[in-house]
Every structure is written in structure tokens, then in C-alpha cells.
Design a protein around this ligand. Structure first.
Ligand SMILES: [Cu+2]
Length: 170
């Protein structure tokens, strides 16, 4: 009788062990497949998002841009700068109108925080007549150009309405 109980225990344990032996690899395999799948999904979404952002950069994204210059360009001084904006309208300074303003060029500086007045000096140029083109003379070497859109009272529309590029002047 005692032997029987031990024997049944032995069978029971063997049965459990067998189950575990089968279950563990199956679980592991499932986990690995699931991980792989989600990694693949992540990669897929990442890819699509990137494609989307490239498309929207070119077509829909609102903001300012240099129409004839790009980051890393080498230019010969004096050089022409063409300023563009999408999502807002250029108008002469003087009046406050929603969605309207004028360009500013900041040389070797940074964008101006939203709501702050754009300074007016030799490195902060205002295009208060609504100009979109200018000719710049800069010393040879590396410079940054920041385009900043601001309202009719010269208050900055902030970082999202600015763009900065590095250029090398020869
Ligand atoms: Cu201004």
C-alpha cells in the first residue's frame, strides 16, 4: 500500500516534469516570437513615421525656411538669402494681425523665445517692410543663420517659427 502511494507520486511527478519540459520550450518560443514580432512592428512604424515626417517637411509643415540655403552650405560673401514661411503670411511691421508677421535674421545667435521682442542690432536684422530677400556680407569662417518669424510688433512667434543653419563663408 505504501509502495503504491510512492509509485503514484513517482508517476505524478514524472507527468508534471514531462509537462514542464514541453511547456517551458513552448513558452520560451512564444515569448521569442512575440518579441521579434513587436521589434519588427516597431521598426515598421518607425520607418513609416520617418517617411511621413519627410513628406510633411516638404509639403505641409508650417514654419520658416531658407529657400536657397541649407545646413552646411559653403558660400562666398556677399551672398543672397531667400526667406520663406509656410502657414503664416508676410506683411510689413506696424500692425498686429493673427497669422501674419515679418522675417528676422539672427547672425551667430539663437531663436527668440515666444512673446519676446526681437532685438534690433547688427546681428538681429528686421525685414519690417515685408522683404523676403537680402544680401549678406559676413566675415570668412563658420557662421550660423537663424530665421525668426515675429509679429507686427516684433514679438517673436518662438522656436517653432524659427530655423537655424550653419554655413561656411569663404
Ligand atoms: Cu521686426
Amino acid at each position: 500500500m505504501k509502495f503504491e502511494i510512492v509509485y503514484y507520486w513517482y508517476l505524478y511527478l514524472k507527468y508534471i516534469t514531462m509537462k514542464i519540459k514541453i511547456l517551458v520550450p513552448v513558452l520560451l518560443l512564444t515569448a521569442i516570437i512575440a518579441c521579434n514580432q513587436s521589434a519588427k512592428d516597431d521598426a515598421k512604424t518607425g520607418g513609416t513615421d520617418q517617411q511621413k515626417s519627410v513628406v510633411s517637411d516638404a509639403n505641409q509643415k508650417s514654419g520658416v525656411y531658407f529657400a536657397n540655403l541649407k545646413d552646411g552650405d559653403v558660400v562666398k560673401s556677399p551672398f543672397v538669402v531667400q526667406m520663406g514661411v509656410s502657414g503664416m503670411t508676410v506683411e510689413p511691421a506696424g500692425a498686429l494681425n493673427d497669422g501674419k508677421g515679418h522675417h528676422h535674421l539672427i547672425i551667430d545667435g539663437s531663436y527668440i523665445e515666444k512673446g519676446e521682442m526681437v532685438p534690433k542690432d547688427e546681428t538681429h536684422l528686421h525685414f519690417g517692410k515685408g522683404q523676403t530677400v537680402d544680401t549678406l556680407s559676413l566675415t570668412p569662417g563658420d557662421h550660423t543663420l537663424t530665421l525668426q518669424f515675429a509679429d507686427g510688433m516684433h514679438k517673436s512667434y518662438g522656436k517653432e517659427w524659427s530655423t537655424t543653419i550653419k554655413i561656411k563663408v569663404q
